[in-house]
Design a protein around this ligand. Structure first.
Ligand code: TYD
Ligand code: MG
Length: 450
């Protein structure tokens, strides 16, 4: 017998027995999602003796137990490994390497029993993939199943400490009328699995495809239910992949892990900077090297700019890999504070390697790359820079300058231009690196284009 279901407006909570396109209460469109109707008895079972408040100081704490995966880049992103009893979502575009990564996790876990439940691929396909990767996940248990109840039973009956479900969009509960992959189904599955993970202390990892809009499966709903959201990113023409924690109840967010897709699976890249600085473009105009930070991870990246006379009434401005509004701001500062007017020019700026950066310390390198292209004059060799640009043309200090300095030195940079306010903090770690502390962009130009 089918369980009773009800449609609930995700905006205002209104209920309806049937799906409707527009909520009659709040007027929003397309907000009704099917849910299983809770029977009156379902709720009362949670009511036990009333809980007693206690002083905060009486609350015991203990360090979180973690299951290290043996994959350093992954452990870095999760904050030391998965926490038993947690529900993790690994999201990413189709084809980016999610199944490969999780198979490798199962292999790296070694003697820790893992179970891989696949609804995407047949067991044979899974076997073929597993044969490619090194080390091979030899003790892994596999199951091809999409029915939620059967999946839960399999998890309950197995002794696996880690369960991978590939993917959450293929799970299906016949109690709901909505098709697999719908918001209702995805949420039902995640809620059930969350409970199961907590009850059994199992790590349950859901693989989820990102939809065209860039949202995680069955939109944001899933993000609220799971404990951790990891996103695997990568541009198709490049082999490198970035793993990012978007949410983490048990560790840091904004920490990055770097991998490269090879013929034998994903390979860790503990030193990714080399990837984003192309030695071939040294000595060209329009190129500047920025010392940036993603999470607590320093990276040297190459910024390229091309300034060229425009054939159009409205010149083109394109920024790839960094916020285009910051590009607008940098151009405005160049025009008003330094007299470098770019109205007659098209401008293309790019972070090399397809990386997407959030660190405002890239500003200085973007500005210098633009000026370098505009003047057709290369920046001095082996020079890097960092600093956030302010509206008056000042170079503002950025966080953790010493990590940037260390990375620059490690990669053979000889001269580093940085905000004056950051200079004291890095004096000790600079060693042989020549520091050029400046507090204004105009001084940076004077130093680098004498
Ligand atoms: P896959 O893990 O199937 O991606 P997802 O699960 O995110 O959809 O990986 C897809 C791509 O990776 C596919 O184009 C083949 C490639 N690949 C390799 O290059 N090397 C390998 O060892 C494996 C297993 C896959
Ligand atoms: Mg897959």
């Amino acid at each position: 017998m089918k369980a009773q279901t009800v449609y609930i407006c995700q905006n205002c909570g209104a209920t309806s027995a049937r799906w409707t396109g527009r909520c009659p209460v709040c007027g929003q469109w397309d907000t009704f999602v099917e849910e299983r109707r809770e029977r009156a008895g379902d709720r009362t079972q949670y009511r036990s003796t009333p809980a007693q408040p206690l002083p905060l100081s009486a609350v015991g704490t203990h360090p979180l137990e973690r299951l290290s995966t043996g994959i350093g880049e992954l452990d870095r992103v999760t904050g030391g490994g998965f926490v038993p009893g947690s529900l993790v979502l690994v999201a990413g575009d189709p084809g980016v390497g999610k199944s490969t990564l999780l198979l490798q996790v199962c292999a790296a876990l070694g003697s820790v029993q893992s179970l891989y439940i696949s609804g995407e691929e047949s067991l044979e396909q899974l076997r073929l993939r597993a044969e490619r990767i090194r080390p091979s996940p030899s003790t892994l248990l596999v199951l091809a199943e999409t029915e939620l109840e059967a999946v839960c039973t399999a998890i309950t009956q197995s002794t696996a400490a880690v369960v991978v479900i590939d993917s959450v969009q293929t799970l299906y509960s016949p109690d709901l009328e909505s098709p697999p992959g719908s918001v209702a189904q995805v949420r039902e599955a995640a809620t059930r699995l969350q409970k199961l993970a907590k009850q059994r202390g199992t790590v349950i990892i859901l693989i989820g495809h990102v939809t065209k809009e860039g949202l995680i499966a069955g939109p944001k709903v899933l993000e609220h239910i799971v404990d951790t959201v990891l996103q695997l990113e990568g541009e198709v023409p490049y082999a490198y992949r970035i793993l990012r924690a978007l949410k983490n109840r048990f560790g840091p967010t904004h920490e990055l892990g770097f991998f490269e897709m090879t013929a034998t699976g994903l390979r860790e890249l503990p030193n990714p900077s080399a990837l984003f600085v192309s030695r071939t473009s040294a000595g060209e105009s329009g190129v500047a090297i920025a010392a940036v930070l993603e999470g607590t991870r320093p990276l040297l990246v190459e910024v390229q700019a091309l300034v060229t006379p425009s054939a159009y009434a409205v010149p083109q401005r394109t920024m790839t890999g960094y916020d285009s509004r910051r590009l607008q701001m940098i151009m405005a500062v160049l025009e008003r504070r330094l007299g470098i007017g770019l109205r007659q020019y098209d401008l293309f700026a790019n972070i090399v390697g397809g990386l997407r950066l959030d660190d405002p310390a890239v500003d200085a390198a973007v500005a210098l790359a633009i000026v370098s292209s505009y003047r057709e004059h290369p920046l001095p060799a082996d020079t890097a820079l960092f600093g956030e640009l302010g509206l008056t043309g000042e170079l503002r200090p950025v966080r953790l300058p010493e990590l940037r300095v260390n990375e620059a030195r490690r990669l053979g940079i000889r001269r580093l231009l940085l905000p004056k306010a950051n200079a004291d903090a890095v004096a000790e770690v600079a060693e042989t690196l020549e520091l050029i502390p400046v507090d204004r962009l105009s001084l940076a130009l004077a130093h680098l284009f004498p």
